[in-house]
Design a protein around this ligand. Structure first.
Ligand SMILES: [Fe+2]
Ligand SMILES: [Fe+2]
Length: 188
């Protein structure tokens, strides 16, 4: 791929001003890189898919995934990256199913990073570094906690990967830890 991470960051910032969307992009990027390393794939490529997956969300929330495809095509980003980006909205804003392992990881961890971030915010330490799977599972079960996080999508993602939800949570926490400083999850 000819594009670099710096170009992906610049493109993201061209379309998004929200700090929380950027931290979300960084969290998903970190998990994607972590999972790629674990599975023997290219962390640079997986990371960029994570970084750009919500590129159109701030400006085109009603056309999420549709506009992303347009923007990325226009600027000549690779077909595989675009397919990955669009497939994260499978059944929500797109009909493109996650096929590649990379796409399944993205689909599975996207919402989960939101639940984990919310869990960290209510911890006394405000840190992800000492966060265990159990604490996230507790919040998962708590109706009303981060009600916007659709647990059924995460379950569907885990099933696509053939993972237990506990394993998926663990992988996502470990991945997010690698970007804890940049995402403000390293505690006070
Ligand atoms: Fe999205
Ligand atoms: Fe997202």
């Amino acid at each position: 791929m000819k594009q670099t991470r710096d170009e992906a960051v610049a493109l993201f910032k061209e379309f998004n001003t929200s700090e929380s969307l950027y931290t979300h992009a960084l969290s998903v990027e970190a998990v994607m890189r972590y999972a790629a390393r674990q599975r023997g794939y290219d962390p640079e490529f997986w990371g960029m898919v994570g970084l750009l997956h919500d590129i159109d969300y701030e400006q085109y929330p009603e056309e999420h995934c549709v506009k992303a495809e347009e923007i990325l095509k226009e600027r000549d980003w690779p077909e595989e990256l675009i397919h990955g980006v669009v497939s994260h909205g499978w059944g929500i804003c797109s009909t493109v199913e996650p096929e590649h392992e990379m796409e399944k990881v993205l689909y599975a961890c996207d919402e989960l990073t939101g639940l984990i971030t919310a869990t960290v915010y209510v911890r006394p330490s405000k840190s992800i570094m000492d966060l265990g799977v159990k604490s996230v599972k507790k919040k998962w079960k708590a109706k009303g906690f981060s009600a916007g996080v659709d647990r059924s999508i995460i379950e569907k993602g885990a099933a696509l990967l053939g993972m237990e939800t506990g394993e998926l949570i663990e992988m996502t926490i470990e991945g997010m830890k690698t970007a804890a400083q940049e995402t403000g999850l390293a505690g006070e």
